[in-house]
Design a binder for this molecule. Structure first.
Ligand code: HPA
Length: 277
């Protein structure tokens, strides 16, 4: 079997199993919860929980604070499929393995992806604890999930990444944040493989390139989602200032501490956005 057919078969098998395990529900929005942001999944009503291990061809989550399960149920009156924890390249996953659950969401008929993470703030006008809606990204992971496999089985290989982060969803997020009194910046996100944090010299370079935030996820998911025509909204929590900005030296502990503190605002922001989609 050619490579693209293997991927297509695997996706089909994974989506069929997940569809059965969630009792045939038809989620319309997919949500990926980043570091320290998993507790939103606890607010889902009538929830069915499916550990990643139960889905064929899906990798396990090994990152700290990433539970590694799907949670399907109702949030703000909409049927959602949440990934409570994500798969990262730095865990040793290939780009296709990182993208796999996004393509599974598409196979299940999900048309909208909300992807979230904790990120370092490069833009000095941002503060720790601000949220930031992604207006665009710089994929500096050096990887792309569409590279390699022949594309025809899933979708056409060459596609535009203009407005990859849906302008209407961005505007919706801004209006919800304003109404809820939550500070939401709008900026360019730069994604890296990690897992080491950046050097101050790298952050100075990224700043000149026009990046506002930096972290170790999201780009491969968004490329995969756009490949199959899903609408994307990306939201970061600025969990720390990036390395060297105001003398910062990021740590995992700081990321989780800030995520915990901002949890209520994060849940309210995403829930209200889901309500209005
Ligand atoms: N750099 C990279 N990844 C991150 C950061 C950071 O400063 N904060 C949270 N994830």
């Amino acid at each position: 079997m050619s490579e693209e057919n293997v991927l297509k078969e695997n996706l089909h098998e994974a989506a069929s199993r997940l569809h059965a395990l969630i009792g045939g529900r038809k989620p319309e929005i997919g949500i990926i919860l980043g570091s320290g942001l998993g507790p939103l999944a606890e607010q889902v009503e009538d929830a069915v929980v499916v550990p990643f291990e139960q889905i064929p061809h899906m990798k396990k989550s090994t990152a700290t604070g990433h539970v590694g399960q799907f949670v399907c149920g109702m949030l703000a009156g909409k049927c959602v499929l949440i990934m409570q924890g994500r798969l990262h390249g730095y865990e040793g996953n290939t780009p296709q393995e990182v993208a796999f659950p996004v393509w599974v969401m598409h196979e299940l008929g999900i048309g909208t992806l909300i992807t979230t993470n904790a990120a370092g703030a490069i833009n000095e006008s941002y503060s720790v604890g601000d949220f930031c809606v992604m207006v665009d990204h710089i994929n500096f992971t050096g990887r792309n999930p569409i590279a390699g496999a022949e594309p025809d089985g899933i979708a056409f290989r060459f596609f535009s990444m203009k407005d990859a982060y849906d302008p209407q969803l961005r505007a919706l997020a801004q209006s919800v944040a304003e109404r809820e009194g939550i500070k939401l910046q709008a900026g360019v996100y730069l994604g890296l493989l990690g897992p080491s944090f950046e050097t101050p010299a790298e952050i100075r370079m990224f700043s000149r390139w026009g990046a506002d935030t930096v972290a170790m996820s999201v780009c491969e998911e968004v490329i995969a989602a756009r490949h199959v025509g899903m609408r994307v909204l990306g939201i970061s929590l600025c969990s720390n200032m990036a390395c060297g900005i105001e003398g910062a030296s990021p740590s995992d502990e700081e990321v989780f501490e800030v995520a915990k503190r901002k949890q209520p605002d994060f849940c309210r922001l995403v829930t209200e956005i889901v309500r209005e989609i």
